[in-house]
Design a protein around this ligand. Structure first.
Ligand code: APR
Length: 327
């Protein structure tokens, strides 16, 4: 067992014993980091191998992009929220809070230099997701990420809901005037706050913000338009690389029936995978998203395709990055 995996299991045991202390009545007899049922990743692999799965719904977060070099938010020490001291924020999430942005946009603009999609290569997990689309068994993926790597890996738009928006477009936070990326992205890359030119005659300034969903803003209509039907048709829920900390996305996995198979592929046990003892088919793969993705890709007979598309795209993006650095 790799160190990481044993650390992961220990973390769960610790968490699980902590939550048992707190819980008044735990209905399950299981202790430590096990789930209440005996469902394992091997059972999910069997479902995939037997072609029994036609409508996978996925929920993913920053943990599927960490192997691309993009930090997640809450992993202690390396997560984004552990490294924002220099912005003197009242609390870490303020950098993505709409009220704070309207008064102090600089923190977000400075951070954007690191967040703006550009020269990160999609991970093995992103290519696995694109393969599920090609196989016709992906109903939808609800991504919390703003890095655009699902699209870059070749996933068709129709299958993707970017629940927390993206950098694909930008507008004034007051008059909603849309600004072209050709004007906005250079400002974001430079960390220079962009003011709205239509609002400048007002007595207070208004700033241009990419269409990322900030705390205090609503999610895209597409999220609400598609979710209920997707959950109705879901025959396998795959959750990867997320703390399930932020709602409403964090609640999506709870929206399927108790008998709908669910698998969490994550470095830690999170959300109702930790608590909901009624579920009969919850699996937990404790480890890296890319390793879990390759397990499922192998069960579907597309492991080589995933590895090949990952290698080829990464090589071309690395080459592009080198050319830019050399110019
Ligand atoms: N493989 C598997 N799991 C991983 C990996 C990896 N390589 N790297 C990190 N993780 C796990 C972490 O252990 C954690 O449980 O992924 C999860 C990432 O959780 P967060 O950092 O909270 O990221 P996320 O769930 O995407 O955050 C949700 O919070 O601040 C908001 O809008 C922001 O969309 C974001 C939302």
């Amino acid at each position: 067992m790799t160190d990481e995996l044993s650390e992961c299991i220990q973390k769960i045991d610790l968490k699980d014993s902590k939550s048992d202390d707190e819980s008044t009545s735990s209905s399950s007899s299981s202790s430590g980091g096990e789930l209440a049922n005996e469902f394992e990743i091997e059972d999910v692999e069997a479902l995939l191998k037997e072609g029994k799965v036609k409508n996978i719904v996925m929920v993913v977060g920053a943990g599927i992009s960490t192997s691309a070099g993009i930090p997640d938010f809450r992993t202690p020490g390396t997560g984004l929220y552990s490294n924002l001291e220099r912005y003197n924020l009242p609390y870490p999430e303020a950098v993505f809070d709409i009220k704070y942005f309207k008064k102090r946009p600089q923190a977000f603009y400075t951070l954007s230099k690191e967040l703006l999609p550009g020269l990160y290569a999609p991970t093995i997990t992103h290519h696995f997701i694109a393969q599920l689309g090609k196989l016709g068994i992906l109903k939808r993926i609800y991504s919390q990420n703003i890095d655009g790597l699902e699209r870059l890996a070749g996933l068709e738009e129709e299958k993707l809901v970017e629940a927390h928006g993206s950098f694909a477009s930008s507008r004034c936070t007051r008059c909603k005037k849309v600004y072209p990326n050709s004007e906005v992205h250079p400002m974001l890359r430079a960390g220079t706050v962009m003011e709205c030119t239509s609002c400048e005659d007002r007595n207070d300034r208004a700033y241009v913000k990419p269409d990322i969903v900030f705390f205090g803003e609503g999610l895209p209509d597409r999220f609400h338009d598609l979710l209920n039907d997707d959950l109705e048709e879901c025959d396998l829920m795959i959750v990867m690389g997320t703390s399930l900390y932020v709602y409403p996305v964090g609640g999506i996995p709870d929206g399927v029936g108790n008998d709908c198979p669910r698998i969490l592929i994550n470095r830690e046990l999170v959300g109702s995978f930790k608590e909901d003892r009624r579920r009969t088919a919850d699996a937990f793969y404790c480890g890296n998203a890319d390793d879990g993705a390759l397990r499922l890709a192998k069960a579907l007979g597309v492991e080589e395709e995933v590895k090949e598309s990952y290698k080829n795209l990464k090589a071309s993006i690395d080459k592009k990055r080198e050319e830019i650095n050399n110019n």
